[in-house]
Ligand binder design. Sequence first.
Ligand code: ZN
Length: 161
Amino acid sequence: MKKLKKILIWLLSSVCAALIAYVVLKYIDSYNGLRNLSVHIQDLLLILANLPTPLWATIVLIAICFLYIYLNTQKPQYPQEPPNVQEKLHEAFGVYWNNQYKLRCLKCKWPLKCASKGHDPSLFWCSNCNTKLPLRDPNGNPLTEANAIEQLKKMLTNGST
Ligand SMILES: [Zn+2]
């Protein structure tokens, strides 16, 4: 799809270049060279209107293709995993947890991803609402996902007994 877009951009730019060259040459030709350089918009429009139909058809076709691609690329990019609205969530350490100990966004409940691999394992990121959520224990200390799950399991087993 990206390759096609590049080809179309290239096509459109070459058509535009050809069109400008065509118009400029016609313009210069109709005034016997560069003697008269004052811009006669009416003449230019006349030349544009007299362009051969296939060229116009090509331009229109490419413009439609461009519009189609533009509209397609403007669609919001949804993450692969949609949120499960029925899922029971438990809030702890600054995020939501589901019953499989997976992290969910506190704002929109979408699955969280580790924000920076290798840097801060306590920082998580929601690709849906673009929020960064740090994992913190009740004292405000950073927690890794594994540590948080460990503490969560302890809390749950203590709570049930
Ligand atoms: Zn979110």
